[in-house]
Design a protein around this ligand. Structure first.
Ligand SMILES: [Zn+2]
Ligand SMILES: [Zn+2]
Ligand SMILES: [Zn+2]
Length: 472
């Protein structure tokens, strides 16, 4: 109901009229005011004066719409800018048009005095200056910059600027971000000798994909495009329908670390992130957590169960820490894991990941880490966070079963090669060829990413006919 109301607000031509674009700000400025906005005669103002409705509605509205409303009407201005302190608490800049790099900086401006940071964060800085001028930046507690051009220097300023109060920052899928510089800034901000009450930032969304936008319904979009682009509209419509279906499925089943099993983070994670998460552990939360397998020093089971050493060329040494990219359920044999589950409500708060989407109606860590209620299952919300290296040859990518270190030792390459059988074919008493095959290894639970139940049977004849030779 609230989303429907928002669409009405944005779509209503009666509210904002004759606006012109101010090219320097990215916002609309209104040149003509047509509104009679006393609360008695304006039903929208009347409705928004109800603080519950206002607070539920505001986060769905782009800042440009709010500023336009405030610009056209003293009553709205009074309500939005003066009487409602939290109105700009949640600032999502992904919905306003911000130029990127060269679109905004013509080549004539590219002299040597412009730094890389000026170039890539220039457009966003201008929007920020504009918001700061209007004296609303200091009330922003949740800042969403997903998908924009955001440099590490810009993030560092958000971290250290004493006039800002950003507690939750989302920079997923951003462009031009030097992650190593960002990691340095984060580790410095969380150093032991940091000043009291710093940093203000408590949550950083950086690993997951950006949230799916709350889109208008397909018919509205289709109307805007007209009949001439019918073919294109059909595909747009379908994209929107799938987006809505996806949103609906996410909302009903949950798509977070607790509800989904399997790969949670698809993108490559640079190695220093694990150490960054560890260094920031008490201070800043992330939308990822460390792998808790007994291979790693941060695990409660470290050194308590035997782990198969990583053999073979190129595997390098054991990593002391690693960012988890998979969420698992309990082991198929014992129902748990040597390190146990990460349990919402029981595990230390530092062990809980931030969950997507970024909370709209609150800027607290509690809201950002609280899993959706799941009517289909009883008991606490829990999962086992693991990195790929720690589930290799233990996890079935088809059915999500896995076997833990306490229940299953992955055979080493030596053990596997020791089970080769050499067959000497003889025709007329003369050795014709030698063929090696692997006997069925009864103790192997996962082969090539599949458990024995899921292993594609079509692969078997191929293996046999290829005269499979296991590498030594
Ligand atoms: Zn087990
Ligand atoms: Zn691991
Ligand atoms: Zn399976």
């Amino acid at each position: 109901m609230v989303a429907g109301l928002c669409l009405h607000v944005m779509a209503s031509g009666a509210i904002v009229q004759n606006h012109a674009r101010d090219p320097s700000s990215g916002f609309h400025t209104t040149s003509d005011v047509h509104l009679n906005t006393s609360a008695d005669s304006n039903p929208l103002l009347n409705l928004l004066t109800n603080s519950l409705v206002l607070h539920q509605t505001i986060p769905y509205l782009p800042i440009s719409s709010l500023l336009n409303l405030a610009a056209v009407s003293p009553s709205f201005r009074d309500l939005l800018l003066y009487r409602t302190p939290g109105v700009f608490r949640h600032l999502d800049l992904t919905r306003i048009k911000i130029g990127h790099g060269s679109e905004v900086w013509p080549s004539v401006h590219l002299d040597e005095s412009i730094t890389e940071d000026d170039f890539y964060s220039g457009p966003l800085r201008r929007v920020f200056q504009n918001i700061r001028r209007r004296d609303i930046l200091h009330s922003v507690q949740t800042l969403v910059l997903d998908g924009l051009s955001v440099t590490a220097e810009f993030c560092n300023e958000i971290l250290v600027d004493p006039t800002l109060r950003v507690r939750i920052l989302s920079i997923r899928d951003v462009k031009n971000l030097n992650e190593r510089k960002l990691m340095q800034s984060l580790r410095y901000a969380c150093r032991l000798s940091r000043p009291e009450d710093t940093p203000r930032l408590k949550a950083l969304y950086v690993f997951g994909p950006k949230d799916a936008p709350a889109l208008p319904t397909p018919p509205l979009i289709a109307r805007q495009h007209g009949a001439a682009r019918r073919g294109a509209n059909i595909s747009i419509g379908w994209n929107h329908k799938s987006q809505h279906a996806l949103n609906a499925s996410i909302q009903s089943k949950g798509d977070d670390w607790y509800h989904r099993k399997g790969r949670m983070i698809g993108k490559h994670i640079a190695e220093p992130w694990a150490e960054t998460l560890l260094d920031c552990r008490e201070v800043i939360k992330f939308d990822a957590v460390l792998c808790t397998s007994p291979r790693h020093q941060n695990s409660s089971a470290f050194g308590k169960v035997p782990v198969t050493p990583r053999g073979g060329a190129g595997s390098g040494t054991e990593r002391p820490w690693s960012v988890a990219t998979f969420a698992l359920g309990g082991c198929a044999s014992c129902g748990t894991a040597p390190e146990g589950f990460t349990v919402y409500g029981e595990s230390p708060p530092e062990d809980l990941p931030l969950l997507a989407p970024v909370p709209l109606h609150s800027s607290t860590i509690k809201a950002a880490t609280c899993p959706k209620p799941d009517p289909g299952s009883e008991g606490p919300h829990k999962f086992i966070p693991r990195c790929l290296e720690c589930i290799r040859e233990r996890y079935c990518f088809s059915c999500d079963q896995w076997w833990c270190e306490a229940c299953y030792q992955v055979p080493s390459r030596q053990e596997l090669s020791g089970q080769l059988v050499h067959i000497v074919g003889q025709i007329n008493g003369v050795a014709e060829h030698v063929e090696s095959i692997a006997v069925e290894l009864s103790n192997v639970k996962v082969r090539k990413g599949y458990c024995l139940d899921c292993y594609p049977t079509s692969a078997e004849p191929k293996l046999a006919s290829r005269h499979l030779l296991l590498p030594p």
